[in-house]
Design a protein around this ligand. Structure first.
Ligand SMILES: Cc1cc2nc3c(=O)[nH]c(=O)nc-3n(C[C@H](O)[C@H](O)[C@H](O)COP(=O)(O)O)c2cc1C
Length: 165
């Protein structure tokens, strides 16, 4: 992978999350990753940021609480089965990364997936549980029949890596 400057990154926030999906990776206390398709990249407080939404029931949510950094790894379509797997099994009781054999390495407490097309490393700068009272009623009915309302986590983009062609 090679590191690029943010200005060289030419992607759509919509297709990145909704169509390509990603792995949210953490590595401080325990190495774990979960699939995510809700999120965005943009600008806040004059900083480049990525926003993700994680339900409190996810093990990754627990790990993110004490981790200062996370990575977002985006893959080609051929990795869909692995992303489906990591998005349906919890790492709470199992070493799911080892089980699926996805190659990765850890550098300065951050998790990098070696086969990713794009990796965005973020420093956590805000964590905010979504306010149930302020969510549209129709969305609340559909998305939160059992509560477990997402926490919004905003990370400042510190590094961008792309796969070398
Ligand atoms: C395509 C896809 C997208 C997902 N997007 C999210 C998401 O944005 N936020 C979330 O909390 N869970 C999302 N999930 C569910 C988690 O990935 C799943 O619950 C995972 O097993 C949690 O793992 P963990 O307990 O090891 O953290 C998604 C799952 C799939 C398959």
């Amino acid at each position: 992978m090679k590191q690029i400057h943010l200005s060289e990154l030419n992607v759509s926030s919509f297709s990145l999350f909704n169509y390509q999906w990603c792995l949210i990776g953490v590595a401080k206390n325990k190495v774990n990753a979960m699939t995510a398709s809700w999120g965005s990249i943009g600008t806040l407080w004059n900083r480049p940021i990525a926003t993700i939404y994680v339900r409190p029931s996810r093990y990754t949510h627990q790990l993110l609480e004490s981790d200062s950094h996370f990575t977002l790894s985006f893959f080609s379509q051929q990795h869909r089965p692995v992303l489906n797997y990591l998005g349906s099994i919890s790492g709470r009781e199992r070493d799911k990364l080892k089980e699926c054999g996805i190659p990765y390495h850890i550098d300065k407490g951050a998790l990098y997936f070696d086969d990713a097309e794009l990796i965005i490393k973020c420093k956590k700068i805000m964590t905010q549980p979504l306010d149930e009272k302020k969510i549209d009623e129709d969305i609340k009915r559909k998305m939160y029949p059992n509560g477990d309302i997402h926490t919004m986590i905003i990370g400042e983009v510190e590094e961008v890596w792309i796969k070398e062609k």
